[in-house]
Ligand binder design. Structure first.
Ligand code: DC
Length: 221
């Protein structure tokens, strides 16, 4: 089996690039951030206080989270309900980087993520894929872009969905999430040993995508 790990900060374009690369190469694409988002959504829906780790841990015992693929597209099921759209709000984004700091949450999600790489060729994206989830991945990529570029892209993406958000608010959210993701004690976002850095600040989506596909093809011969 071939495993490709793509890690990087929020908004670097990982999901779109990894999804398209997986499609091109015939691999399955697993977006691990969506699983953390699903835990965050469950906390919000159940009014679980995310500053209380024990309460989140208790909530986890009541959750059944699974990933299914419809036409190659990943869907997140929370207790058999498709929550793939509900997990994309800004509120869930912020909450997900809080629950992702909890060892109990990370442990709970580890096997679910590793399971895919046992039976399929995968491109998996997240924050700790090359360092913790799939340390033996044949290809490790660290995809990044400046915080300003990521905030600008996010504002445009939201505008395309008819959602108007203030650039400075989004930049502040991104900076806060970067801080949470890189400073947590367990599995912080960092470059995995042997990973290739791709900075997309000056690249278009198509250029970034082609670069990733070329790297994978070069590494997996
Ligand atoms: O990639 P994303 O924005 O959908 O991720 C949501 C949050 O989940 C992010 O702030 C950090 C966390 N996350 C993580 O800690 N480890 C992963 N492998 C993927 C995401």
């Amino acid at each position: 089996m071939v495993a490709v790990a793509i890690d990087g900060p929020a908004g670097a374009g990982k999901s779109t690039i990894a999804k398209n690369a997986a499609h091109e190469l015939g691999y399955i694409y697993v977006d691990t951030g969506a699983i953390y988002r699903t835990v965050a959504l469950a906390c919000l829906e159940n009014h679980t206080d995310t500053s209380d780790e024990a309460a989140v841990e208790t909530l986890l015992t009541t959750l059944d989270i699974s990933i299914v693929f419809f036409n190659g597209e990943q869907h997140l099921l929370l207790n058999d309900r498709d929550v793939s759209e509900l997990i994309r709000t800004e509120e869930v984004s912020m909450k997900s980087s809080v629950v992702a700091q909890m060892p109990a949450v990370r442990k709970y999600l580890l096997d679910l993520q590793r399971g895919f790489a046992k039976t399929e060729n995968v491109i998996m994206d997240g924050r700790d894929i090359g360092t913790v989830v799939l340390p033996d991945a044949q290809v490790k990529i660290f995809l990044t872009a400046s915080a300003e570029t990521r905030a600008r892209r996010r504002v445009l993406q939201l505008a395309a969905q008819g959602i108007k958000e203030d650039y400075n608010k989004i930049l502040k959210d991104i900076t806060e999430r970067d801080y949470n993701d890189t400073h947590r004690e367990i599995a912080p976002l960092k470059q995995a040993e042997g990973s290739i850095i791709v900075d997309t600040s000056e690249l278009t989506l198509e250029e970034s995508q082609q670069k990733i596909i070329d790297i994978i093809r070069e590494c997996v011969v």
